[in-house]
Design a protein. Structure first.
Length: 401
């Protein structure tokens, strides 16, 4: 049994730690940590973000550093426990082709949350396209360090361009932008492409680069054809212990002793806390994974329905969006239910619930996601093929374990 004196000591330690670290939790949550959309020039699309409030607050939403992006609404009020779905509209008809980086600022008057947004606009007549991948080693770098990206540029015409000579020189632009739309680095060079070319591009960040989220983007130009790709990474100052060349041994010993003290204190109270927040974090990861999985299933269904006669494309799109909204609402209710169990200190039931929801996700037959224009036989055939393909993946094995 936990003694009252131990609880008071722990709470005091926790308050001191929070004050020392400057950590104050936000009174609301969002279901997206990054919004990324790629579209062709002249086209439009939309994405949704769900905002859940833990207290009664007025909300103010603002887009920063973006072109061609707008919101369904930017001011509203939420009671405690309420949530709001806000639609983000992307319109590429009046902007140049390329990569646009910015963020959605969500404020309740006390705290601000920034959700990074990347809007990629490609040309319709795409002769060449590109992919960009930042190795895990460079997913977080320090100011003044180098950021490295592995870039592939490939021919989409299979060599059928007019006056084809076997290879082409493409003007390739490289850019690093922050989530407020500011360009930190910009370089360009001509890259020779023959079928497919892979290059490694290294950019040096300025020493004054601020901590935060950034996007590395590449744009390949060939006449009227423009291909775009991008990926996010973080900038964070290196810790004191990474700089062993300072020679300040005394300071290193003092800081090490303080860190050791805090680690011992945390270890002493770990049997009280038992990492209670890990269940909520685990559930949020599962919700994100489940959303991507079910979106792919809905997309596969929609492709089948679209081939049939007399299909109302607008009604089909609304039906797909409605099912996605229903899944989001169900996922938010899971998070709220886990929060209620956490407040009661019922950690055993929290673990049981998370495992129960995961198990249902693996065993679901998917019929609740069946679109109206799809027959039961077609759905069963699609589910059979989809499950076989899905269950062989490493991602499935990780989630199941």
């Amino acid at each position: 049994m936990i003694k009252i004196g131990e609880v008071k000591l722990f709470l005091g330690f926790l308050l001191i730690s929070l004050a020392f670290a400057g950590i104050v939790s936000a009174s609301f949550e969002v279901d997206n940590f990054l919004i990324k959309l790629a579209t062709q020039s002249g086209e439009g699309a939309s994405r949704e973000i769900n905002i859940y409030s833990e207290s009664s607050e007025n909300f103010d939403l603002r887009l920063l550093g973006l072109k061609g992006v707008s919101l369904s609404e930017d001011k509203f009020y939420l009671e405690s426990g309420e949530s709001k779905i806000v639609t983000i509209y992307f319109n590429s008809s009046e902007i140049e082709k390329g990569a646009y980086v910015g963020s959605l600022k969500i404020s309740d008057g006390a705290k601000d949350v920034f959700v990074p947004i990347i809007f990629e606009v490609k040309s319709k007549d795409a002769f060449f396209d590109t992919t960009l991948d930042i190795p895990p080693t460079y997913s977080e770098v320090a100011p003044g360090d180098k950021i490295v990206a592995q870039i592939k540029i490939f021919d989409l015409t299979l060599g059928n361009l007019a006056n084809w000579s076997g290879s082409h020189s493409l003007l390739t632009e490289f850019k690093v932008q922050d989530v407020f739309g500011n360009t930190i680095i910009s370089e360009s060079e001509n890259v020779l492409v023959d079928g497919e070319t892979q290059i490694t591009k290294t950019l040096s960040l300025p020493k004054e680069t601020k901590e935060g989220q950034y996007a590395f983007s590449v744009v390949v130009n060939y006449k009227s054809s423009i291909g775009v790709s991008s990926q996010t990474f973080s900038v964070k100052k290196a810790s004191f212990f990474s700089d062993t060349g300072s020679g300040n041994v005394t300071l290193l010993i003092v800081v090490s002793a303080i860190v050791l003290f805090f680690l011992l204190m945390i270890g002493f109270f770990v049997y009280i806390v038992k990492d209670r927040d890990k269940f909520i974090l685990d559930l949020k990861k599962y919700n994100s994974w489940e959303m991507e999985r079910d979106k792919s299933l809905l997309s596969a269904q929609a492709k089948i329905v679209q081939k049939k006669k007399n299909v109302n494309a607008i009604a089909l799109k609304k039906e797909v969006n409605q099912k996605i909204r229903e899944l989001k609402a169900r996922q938010m209710e899971r998070v709220r239910e886990l929060g209620r169990l956490k407040n009661k200190g019922n950690f055993k039931e929290m673990k049981k619930k998370v495992n129960e929801w995961k198990k249902k996700g693996y065993n679901t037959q998917g019929m609740e996601y069946k679109l109206k224009g799809l027959s039961t036989g077609e759905m069963k055939g699609l589910m059979s093929k989809w499950k076989k393909q899905y269950k062989g993946t490493e991602e499935y094995k990780k989630k199941k374990d």
